[in-house]
Design a protein around this ligand. Structure first.
Ligand SMILES: *Cc1c(COP(=O)(O)O)cnc(C)c1O
Length: 222
C-alpha cells in the first residue's frame, strides 16, 4: 500500500472519530507497514500477542504507545510490563495481581482496562457485569498500587445485526457511566474502548473514547 493512500484512509477515519482515540491494530502486519502508519501521524498501535509485540517494539520508534488488546497470559506479563502503554484485556483479578507484581519490580504504574464480556459468543474473554461490579466496588484496590484501571473494554458479537451490536455497546456504556463514581487512587473509569472496523460507527455513537481498528486501515489479514 502507498503511504499517501494509507495517510488518506487514516485522516478520513480520524475525522469520523471526532474526540475518540484511534488505536491502529497492527497485528500480523510487518514493521515496515506500521512505520508507514507512524509516518502518517499515528502513535497508538494495538497488538494481541506478546510474541509478536516484542520484536515490533524493538524495531520501531520508541515514542509509539503500544496497546495490548488480546488475551494476556499471566506468564507473559513480565515481557511487556516495562514498556506497555495500556493493557485493554485484563480479564481476571489474578492477572491484575500479576501485572501489579511485575510493575512493582519495574517501579512503574501500568494502566489497564477491564475487559467486559458483552458478546453472545462463548469464546470471548472478559468479566461478566456482576463480577466487574464486585471488583470495582471491592476493597482490593489498596493492594494494587502499581496498576491503574482507567476504563473498560468490550467486543460486540460478530454479527450483521447492527441492533444487537448497538444493544451490547449501549449496555456497556451504561455500566461504564454507572461506575465512574467509584474512584480510588488507582481506579478511575474514563476510557471506554469499543469498536472495530466493522462496528466502530455504532461504538462512537454509543460513547466509545477509543476504537481499535485494523483491517479498515491495512486491508484484510491473510
Ligand atoms: C483484531 C482486533 C481488532 C481489530 O479488528 P479489525 O476488524 O481488523 O478492525 C480490535 N480489537 C481486538 C481485541 C482485536 O483482536
Amino acid at each position: 500500500m502507498q503511504v499517501e493512500n494509507l495517510k488518506n484512509t487514516i485522516d478520513k477515519l480520524k475525522k469520523e472519530l471526532g474526540a475518540a482515540r484511534l488505536i491502529v491494530v497492527s497485528k500480523t502486519h510487518p514493521p515496515q507497514l506500521i512505520q508507514q502508519a507512524y509516518e502518517a501521524g499515528c502513535r497508538d498501535f494495538g497488538e494481541n500477542r506478546v510474541q509478536e509485540l516484542l520484536p515490533k517494539y524493538e524495531a520501531l520508534p520508541k515514542d509509539i504507545r503500544w496497546h495490548l488488546i488480546g488475551h494476556l497470559q499471566r506468564n507473559k506479563v513480565k515481557y511487556i510490563v516495562s514498556f506497555v502503554h495500556l493493557i485493554h484485556s485484563v480479564d481476571s483479578l489474578a492477572l491484575l495481581e500479576e501485572i501489579n507484581r511485575r510493575a512493582r519490580q519495574q517501579q512503574r504504574i501500568v494502566e489497564c482496562l477491564l475487559q467486559i464480556h458483552i458478546a453472545q459468543e462463548e469464546s470471548k474473554f472478559g468479566f461478566g457485569y456482576t463480577e466487574a461490579h464486585e471488583l470495582i466496588t471491592s476493597n482490593i484496590w489498596q493492594q494494587l498500587p502499581h496498576i491503574k484501571v482507567v476504563g473498560l473494554m468490550g467486543m460486540a458479537t460478530f454479527t450483521q445485526d447492527s441492533e444487537q451490536i448497538r444493544r451490547e455497546f449501549r449496555q456497556l456504556s451504561t455500566f461504564f457511566r454507572e461506575h465512574t463514581a467509584y474512584q480510588q487512587t488507582n481506579l478511575c473509569l474514563r476510557e471506554l474502548s469499543m469498536g472495530m472496523s466493522n462496528d466502530y460507527p455504532i461504538a462512537i455513537e454509543e460513547g466509545a473514547t477509543m476504537v481499535r481498528i485494523g483491517s479498515l486501515i491495512f486491508g484484510s489479514r491473510s
